[in-house]
Design a protein around this ligand. Sequence first.
Ligand code: GDP
Ligand code: MG
Length: 598
Amino acid sequence: MKIETIRNFSIIAHIDHGKSTLADRLLEYTGALSEREKQDQFLDKMDLERERGITIKAQTVRLNYQADDGKDYVLNLIDTPGHVDFTYEVSRSLAACEGGLLVVDASQGVEAQTLANVYLAIDNNLEVFPVLNKIDLPAAEPERVKHEIEEIIGLDAHDAVLASAKEGIGTREILEEIVKKIPPPEGDPTAPLKALLFDSWYDQYQGVIILVRLIDGTLKKGDKIQLVSTARSYEALKVGVFAPVMREVPQLSAGEVGFVIAGIKDVADAKIGDTVTHALKPCTTPLGGFKEVKPMVFSGLYPIDTSQYEQLRDALAKLKLNDSSFSYEPETSLALGFGFRCGFLGLLHMEIIQERLEREFNLDLITTAPTVVYKVHRLKGDVISIESANQLPPTQEIDYIEEPFILASIHTPNEFVGGILALCEEKRGVQREIKYLTPTRVMIIYELPLNEVVLDFYDRLKSITKGYASLDYEHLDYRRSELVRMNIMINGEVVDALSLIIHRDKAYYRGRDLVSKMKELIPRQMFEVAIQAAIGTKVIARETVKALRKDVLAKCYGGDITRKRKLLEKQKEGKKRMKNVGNVELPQEAFLAILKVE
Ligand code: GDP
Ligand code: MG
């Protein structure tokens, strides 16, 4: 294949602006979809993705296109994951391209996610050009949105293609722009193999499939390849392209995009961003930009029905096959029994995994409040990473604790600025910038501690702005912070499962809130029950559940026997779910008040 006729590109868009619909249009127009395959949104394979309208696993397809200049082109459309937790994966997919289509909904305008990804594309030296989608909508304002693209992003939008992916308007113009505006790849097919691994997943029948973009060299079936980060070697058993279904090809060479199946057992060994080379004739320098991704947010997952424990374990193992950025290990909790502590890239990643467990594997789960990774500097000089209060070393051994910060960009209509600033301040945020992008749209940039964001930031932001704000974030750094361990005590006894790590300034309010919530949920017992929140030995909040003989039947004034029976049943039912702390019986709800995500 002639390298001058290849175009590698991605579609960059905010969620719901029409990326998948447009991709389908391009596939259809170039004849890549047969009638049978013409189900809507070929690129979003999983049902869950389709329902949520987001792309979880990137899919890449080769399109053949004969342009107005009469030449035949090969267009590789590289689909990127579409949400904030996968920034690194997006950046690697973009690194496999020379160009990007910036799709903006002409009835909405530029959003935070759009900006973040456009900047990623520009950082990767991509040629980016705008497409205004959904011009069929009566609310479309192409002139305003063009202006916004120029003002906010600084891209020339005067000749932006006006398209409707839904109605198939503008498809050919877009293909022509791809051919004309995006440069062909450069690379030396005779040099040693150097390829970027930009996606990988596990296939039940074929094992791990990796997607690669060849920078230099050629790759064919039978070659002995090596993954640079692990130095492991494999034989390329199959080499091919998605067109749009898998098709083997004799070889891939510099500039091309395709898949390799090489008997890799575990997706964790096929790391995104890694360099693929020939084992016997390796390239001299691997590609830059490689990073090992680590979970940033943790939570406990417990089956509501304890008999589902084994099922949960199997389901987690299955999900892990396809997602090496997610981790899990067994954990037991006094209140919740046997479960797993799971690590995620971020909150949305967490939500997706939970939802898949519940939906695809039919599990009912309790999810504990998410936590983050803290760095504890001990007096003896070492640093340990922990993500729950119970892993904290004794106070007298701690020098100081650091917590992760993120840089959050919030994009909002201007009427919500006040509410958002109040929220960010409450969440211990440090203001960086407030940018008025247009007379009505504002970009608010804050440095925020991740542990405040994982709590309820998204939900609060959504309700403050009625869903009109969008949020994007990146990890910044670790910062020293006044973090303390807060214990909950029941009649003087610390309940380990309820301890948490919290900022000193927040402890008082949170402590008061939690003990009063628990007071509501703990039934009166034969004796008085004291519920306390404490930092070290210092009690910061206290509530008391008064002693009372609980005679529920007294309320029934004789008479109605079925009502009496119901109450007795209910009481028995409640007993089953009680946990003992010392001699106090606590209902599961009291634990959940602290542990569960609301
Ligand atoms: P993605 O999240 O960027 O992949 O967006 P989708 O392609 O899933 O589209 C989001 C929604 O917008 C879907 O309901 C589409 O049917 C709709 N949509 C996409 N393109 C157009 C368009 O050109 N016009 C109209 N009216 N709706 C569109
Ligand atoms: Mg989509």
